[in-house]
Ligand binder design. Structure first.
Ligand SMILES: [Zn+2]
Ligand SMILES: [Zn+2]
Length: 118
């Protein structure tokens, strides 16, 4: 997500925030982009990967207004996959497929010291 107070004509790295923890993007905090400007940071990805890919924790109960259940913030789809919900922001969800894709992208990037949890 974008810092809502950002100057659109002078965007800084720190105006790009992780949708799941709202930390700003920095040199030390890698970020992966989803659809429509959604972003997930390396810290959240580590948590999500552990919970969903490694531990296969069940999708948390959804209490929002959408009759189809939660929508993944990254791919904007309703997925049958397991989903992870941000512990801090109830409306930020990421599906297993997006967790895998983002993790693979980060792990492959040689400039970024991020590894999939094991
Ligand atoms: Zn984050
Ligand atoms: Zn997704």
């Amino acid at each position: 997500m974008r810092n809502p107070n950002a100057d659109e004509n002078d965007l800084q790295m720190s105006d790009f925030w992780c949708d799941y923890c709202r930390r700003p993007w920095t040199e030390d905090l890698p970020i992966v982009e989803g659809h429509q400007g959604s972003l997930v940071c390396g810290k959240c990805l580590t948590l999500a990967y552990r919970d969903v890919v490694l531990d296969e924790l069940p999708t948390p109960a959804y209490e929002g207004p959408d009759p189809h259940g939660p929508k993944c913030t990254m791919c904007l789809e309703h997925r049958e996959d397991l989903m992870w919900r941000s512990p801090a922001y109830d409306d930020a969800w990421i599906c297993k497929r997006c967790i895998r894709q983002a993790s693979t992208a980060l792990a492959k990037d040689k400039d970024i010291a991020w590894e999939k949890p094991v």
